[in-house]
Design a protein around this ligand. Structure first.
Ligand SMILES: NC(=O)c1ccc[n+]([C@@H]2O[C@H](COP(=O)([O-])OP(=O)(O)OC[C@H]3O[C@@H](n4cnc5c(N)ncnc54)[C@H](OP(=O)(O)O)[C@@H]3O)[C@@H](O)[C@H]2O)c1
Length: 183
C-alpha cells in the first residue's frame, strides 16, 4: 500500500536549512559511511517539493545529478511562480490545495510510496489533511538557531509513534508513523 513519507535531515533544534537556505552545514556532518537515501528512494513512485527546495536543486544540482538521484520519477513542484525546468526531469508545476495533487501522486506512484521532499510548511499541509503516513528524520549533530522549520505543526504523542532508530556517524535516523487524526 502506498505510504506518504517525509524523508529529511534536520538540525537538533529542528531546522532543515539555515536562515540563508544553505545546506552547507549538513554536508559537513559525518554520515559514518552510510547513505540511506538509495534504499529509501527504491520504494518511491512519486515525489513533490516546494519552490524554495526546487530552486535550491536548480542552483546546486547539475541536470545529470537530478537524473542520478530521481531518474524519471514524477515530481510535483508547488509554486506560484514560473520556474525553469530541470532538463530531462519529469516535472509538474502546481499550486494551491495539496489534496488533489496528492490524489494524482497516488495514481502515478502505482503502489509505490510518495516522497515529500519539503519544506516543512508544505508537508504540514499534507499532515493537516491526514495525508502523511511516515516521517523519516535524520538528526544531524548541529544546532542552527534559526532557519526553515522541519515541520511547524503540533503533533502529539497520540499521533506520532516511533518505529525505528538507527545511528550512523553523527546522525540518528528516527522513523515515526503518523496515526490518523480520525482514529
Ligand atoms: N535538510 C534537508 O534534508 C532538506 C530537505 C528539503 C529541503 N531542504 C531545504 O529547506 C528549505 C525549505 O524551504 P521553505 O521552508 O521555503 O519550503 P519550500 O516548501 O521548499 O518552499 C516554500 C515555497 O513553495 C511555494 N509553495 C509552497 N506551498 C505551496 C502551495 N500550496 N501552492 C503554491 N506554492 C506553494 C511558495 O513559493 P512561491 O509562492 O514563491 O512560489 C513557498 O514560499 C530549502 O532551503 C531547502 O533547500 C532541506
Amino acid at each position: 500500500m502506498t505510504k506518504t513519507q517525509y524523508f529529511t535531515a534536520t538540525s537538533v533544534d529542528g531546522f532543515i536549512a539555515d536562515p540563508d537556505n544553505s545546506l552547507t552545514w549538513l554536508f559537513q556532518v559525518d554520515r559514518g559511511g552510510v547513505d540511506n537515501f538509495p534504499a529509501f528512494f527504491d520504494g518511491v513512485g512519486a515525489m513533490c517539493m516546494g519552490a524554495t527546495t526546487y530552486v535550491w536543486c536548480l542552483e546546486h544540482m547539475e541536470p545529470q545529478m537530478w537524473q542520478q538521484y530521481y531518474a524519471d520519477t514524477p515530481c510535483w513542484v508547488f509554486t506560484h511562480r514560473e520556474l525553469p525546468a530541470v532538463p530531462g526531469a519529469n516535472l509538474a508545476f502546481v499550486s494551491g490545495d495539496v489534496a488533489p495533487v496528492h490524489d494524482e501522486m497516488v495514481k502515478a506512484a502505482n503502489g509505490k510510496n510518495i516522497y515529500l521532499v519539503g519544506g516543512g510548511e508544505l508537508v504540514g499541509r499534507f499532515a493537516d489533511q491526514d495525508r502523511l503516513d511516515e516521517i523519516i528524520l535524520g538528526v544531524a549533530s548541529v544546532t542552527l538557531g534559526g532557519g526553515a522549520p522541519v515541520l511547524p505543526r503540533r503533533l502529539l504523542s497520540d499521533r506520532l509513534n516511533l518505529t525505528d532508530v538507527m545511528h550512523h556517524g553523527q546522525f540518528v535516523q528516527l522513523t515515526y508513523e503518523l496515526r490518523s487524526a480520525r482514529e
